[in-house]
Design a protein around this ligand. Structure first.
Ligand SMILES: Nc1ncnc2c1ncn2[C@@H]1O[C@H](COP(=O)(O)OP(=O)(O)OP(=O)(O)O)[C@@H](O)[C@H]1O
Ligand SMILES: C[C@@](O)(CCOP(=O)(O)O)CC(=O)O
Length: 504
């Protein structure tokens, strides 16, 4: 057996909700979610358990958290499966536990018993690791005596220790739990050859999405909008949520008692899910930058307060919802138009982007007027996108004021405005639920990127921690290893990330 025989590695991206926070909870509105090239990885391989008799041992490890380990025991009983966490574990991991329990219970109904026993016979080892960007690296930088900047971050090795526990870690808002659950569920189904049981590729992917969405909702104890799991599966897109009623009947711990009923709900040809996913791609030369602010807001509190206000002042809120929804849609439409313009004449497009990247967005109108023919579509679109996104921000500040919830707090406004003075910054905003958690910028050149980094490192009011990731090029779920994906190659032929994962 070679090093990679019977090893599966699946990854799923992190996310940034650029537009549509709060609104996306309502199926009448949609949100723009961009997947990041920071990814979460699940590796599954045979364990070292010598006994081939039941119960089978499944060990899950998280090397970034002092090698936190959770052990589970599995016994097969016909089409059912008994699953129990080890009593000796210091702590439980609800997200991981629910993903395993439900995935294995479904597998017991979906795949032949021989496949299950053969795959489980020496137990399983599961390794979970997220790109460094998912967790604040402040402690690691401090340990190395490095300043908080991009240059220092590039010196940290892959999957660095967080120097803390899962319950205390400072997360950066990229959606670690959604990317984790999605990669874990998909890796299990792929490892047991059960990821192709639906009619075709599209329904297989929708099935994995439905299972991940269910597990994530159950672990979070509520049915959220689900855009994070959706982008972990499909990458960047405009997202319209599924009706929460689809999952209502299984949102309790007893759902494990009736797996056939659950399978009916997650199987696309039995239950029609009404989520709408329209793929999205940033136009060429537009790049996403992210920073985590070390002042953290508690997202569930922000959400519950905004929704409380919407309930008490429906007229006020609904008016704002439709104006903001309209503006969000307009931003998406204009960004798509820009991508089309790039496709139709990339040379002219590149020239205009180059021009725009040397001045601040507020001066772009002047550039349009200077063009000889007055018909530079790229510049005109940049001007419109910039203006429309400022409108989005104005509505978010109106929401903050009316609901008394700091969606775009004044400190963030000052930081975003400072970013917007840098030449070649198309937009700067608070992602998702907003608050003090994070900011994003869309920039047109490396020079603009450096300018923004300068603003961040010099900002005195708050500690702004740059992330290294940008928009994803790979999209959603990726099978990095396993089932015909380059098995048996020498270790040196794998990507550095896969090599590192195999050694964790
Ligand atoms: N590396 C990991 N190993 C094991 N479990 C993890 C890991 N990272 C995250 N988790 C699981 O995800 C949970 C965190 O989920 P939670 O919903 O609180 O965060 P989140 O909203 O996804 O955070 P963020 O968007 O900031 O990344 C942890 O309690 C743990 O169960
Ligand atoms: C406020 C909300 O719309 C977005 C929250 O996004 P984030 O976790 O802040 O990226 C909630 C949701 O969509 O589930």
């Amino acid at each position: 057996m070679t090093f990679t025989d019977r090893t599966t590695i699946v990854s799923a991206p992190g996310k940034v909700l650029l537009a549509g926070g709060y609104l996306v909870l309502d199926p009448a509105f949609s949100g723009l979610v961009v997947a990041t090239d920071a990814r979460f990885y699940t590796l599954i391989r045979p364990g070292h358990h010598s006994t081939t008799t039941e119960p089978y041992k499944v060990v899950v490890r998280s090397p970034q958290f002092n090698n936190a380990t959770w052990t589970y025991w599995i016994t097969l009983q016909g089409t059912t499966m008994d699953f129990s966490p080890s009593k000796e574990d210091e702590s439980r991991n609800t997200f991981v536990e629910l993903a395993l329990n439900y995935s294995f219970a479904m597998l017991a109904r979906l795949v032949p018993a021989e496949t299950l026993t053969k795959t489980l016979e020496s137990g399983l080892e599961i390794v979970i690791a997220g790109n460094n960007d998912f967790y604040s690296q402040r402690k690691e930088l401090e340990t190395r005596g490095l300043d908080l900047n991009t240059e220092s971050l590039t010196q940290i090795p892959l999957f660095a220790s967080t120097h803390t526990t899962l319950s205390k870690v400072h997360k950066t808002g990229l959606g670690s739990s959604a990317a984790l659950i999605t990669s874990l569920v998909a890796a299990i189904f792929i490892h047991f050859d059960a990821s192709k049981l639906q009619q075709d590729h599209t329904t297989n992917t929708q099935f994995l999405h439905n299972v991940a969405q269910f597990v994530h909702c159950l672990a979070q104890g509520k049915v959220g909008s689900g855009f994070d799991v959706s982008s972990a599966v499909w990458g960047s897109h405009t997202y319209r949520r599924f009706s929460p009623e689809v999952l209502q009947s299984v949102m309790h711990q007893d759902a494990i008692q009736d797996i056939p009923a659950l399978l009916k709900i997650v199987t696309p040809k039995e239950t029609a899910w009404d989520n709408v996913v329209v793929p999205f791609k940033l136009a060429p030369r537009l790049h996403l930058m992210l920073a985590d602010i070390d002042a953290g807001s508690h997202t569930p509190t922000l959400v519950s307060n905004v929704l409380k206000w919407r309930k008490t002042k429906p007229e006020e809120a609904n008016g704002l919802w439709s104006r903001l929804g309209g503006s969000n849609d307009k931003v998406v439409e204009l960004l798509k138009e820009l991508d089309q313009v790039a496709k139709s004449n990339i040379v002219a497009y590149d020239r205009s982007i180059q021009k725009a990247s040397t001045v601040a967005a507020s001066a772009w109108t002047g550039l349009v007027n200077q063009t000889i023919t007055n018909e530079d579509t790229t510049l005109e679109l940049l001007v419109k996108i910039h203006a429309e996104f400022l409108t989005v921000r104005r509505y978010l500040r109106e929401m903050s004021k009316l609901s008394e919830v700091p969606v775009e707090p004044e400190e963030q406004t000052r930081l975003l405005d400072a970013c917007m003075t840098v030449p070649g910054v198309l937009m700067a905003g608070v992602p998702g639920a907003g608050g003090f958690d994070a900011i994003f910028c869309i920039v047109l050149s490396d020079e603009s990127r450096k300018g923004v980094e300068g603003v961040w490192s010099g900002f005195q009011e708050m500690s702004v921690g740059p992330l290294l990731c940008q928009e994803s090029v790979e999209g959603g779920l990726v099978v990095e290893l396993g089932h015909g994906h380059g098995d048996n190659k020498p270790l040196s032929e794998y990507t550095p990330t896969v090599q590192r994962l195999l050694q964790l």
